[in-house]
Unconditional design. Sequence first.
Length: 252
Amino acid sequence: MPSLSAEPRYAALARELAKEIAGGLHPLGSQMPPEVEMAAERGVSRATMRAALDRLEELGLVSRRRRAGTRVTALGPSGRGTYLQSLAGMGDLLQYAAETRREILGVHPVVADHAMEREQGLQAGRRWLRVLSRRVPSDGGPALCWTETHADAEAAPPDFEDRLRGRDAAELIAAVLAAWSGRPISEVVQEITASGIPPGEAARALETPPGGHGLRITRRYLDPAGKPLAVSVSLHPGERFSYVTRLRRQAG
């Protein structure tokens, strides 16, 4: 299985190009060089360059027209404090972790009950570590999400909380568990639903009035045996977060 931490080349290239656009190398309204020229200049395949430009188009930075080329339409994603995530694989999920900053709000041991088993798939009677956190943009701005994560206590290192606050602060919590326990993440099961922002700790952490529109994203990080290393539930205020999933038609 490919390394979970490996970033797809097209994703890294898209970030490079986005930085160049933001820095003025490709001015607003200008025409970017032809796809084949940029691919040759950067030593990548044309397919990789095309995928990177697709990403920029998803972010609204460029428009692409057949025979008309690629034109710069924005210097950055619209709206300060807004995060647009495009997910094509687990590498992109890790990139979200790298591009935002996690603030730990608390870590507490819990024993799962039947309600937690029914709602989140946590084995009842098993020990978990309840981690409360929020994500903020690395360059400042309002919080993007509030997250409640239940981490398998048996997979957690003794200095788990210190790692989350220190040297592993940029890692996904499940990735920290996988690295220490030797149980790699083989699958992430994700569910997205509409949700209101409830009163209490979530609204306070997000600094937003309760009752507003939001997205609820539940992720189950499974090991090769299909057992969860961690289950996270994140709440995103609707005006601060957009989600893009790319679906590609398979050959044949």
